[in-house]
Design a protein around this ligand. Structure first.
Ligand code: HEM
Length: 166
């Protein structure tokens, strides 16, 4: 039962995290752009929604790591010794999956706590009329980080499927 519970939490965390990211990209951002073109301003709402999503996303990431490590250790018998040198299909997939996950964590840290706040401040100042509305290079970089992150998380999801279905 512990095994099934861990898999359930692992998959639920992935659904919440990836689902939230896709909702932002596929629903919220296009709506924000359409509103801006029409002269409206959903900037403050978008800011509040992304800020509210931050703790949800980071909690899901933490749960993915904890349950993922537990499953690998407890159910699949992975130990540091066989994780770093075994050449089985499962371990190779797990190595790539874990490596990409670590990369996503680094990109998310920069995106959420460095670039994001900079762009939000720039947009706020622009709305108050004290600077240009672009947010400059940080905004382009922020979007690039977000897109790369989304693609990486989708690849991780694919690897998760291939992990136990060679
Ligand atoms: C430290 C990071 C991670 C580790 C160590 C890890 C480990 C694992 C392990 C061992 C399994 C097999 C569970 C089983 O016995 O059925 C698994 C399954 C799964 N993982 Fe992860 N995982 C990690 C991160 C992620 C992330 C970031 C995602 C999604 C974005 C993810 C999504 C999934 C999914 C959907 C499954 C179920 C696959 C299936 O049933 O086909 N995992 N993971």
């Amino acid at each position: 039962m512990l095994y099934q519970t861990a898999v359930f939490i692992h998959i639920l965390s992935a659904v919440i995290w990836l689902g939230g990211m896709l909702f932002l990209v596929m629903v919220l951002v296009p709506l924000y752009r359409r509103e801006r073109k029409a002269g409206g301003d959903m900037g403050e709402l978008l800011r509040q929604i992304t800020q509210r999503f931050l703790p949800v996303a980071w909690s899901a990431m933490a749960l993915l790591a904890v349950t993922g490590i537990f499953l690998a250790w407890d159910h699949w018998g992975i130990r540091p010794g066989n994780f770093f040198d075994a050449g089985t299909h499962f371990v190779r997939m797990l190595q790539v999956k874990t490596g990409l996950f670590l990369l996503v964590i680094v990109l998310s840290l920069v995106h959420d706590f460095f670039l994001g706040p900079r762009v939000l401040t720039a947009l706020k100042e622009a709305r108050a009329g004290s600077s240009s509305p672009s947010g400059g290079g940080s905004r382009v970089l922020l979007l690039t980080f977000a897109r790369v992150n989304l693609v990486l998380v989708l690849i991780i999801l694919m690897l998760a499927v291939f992990l136990i279905r060679p």
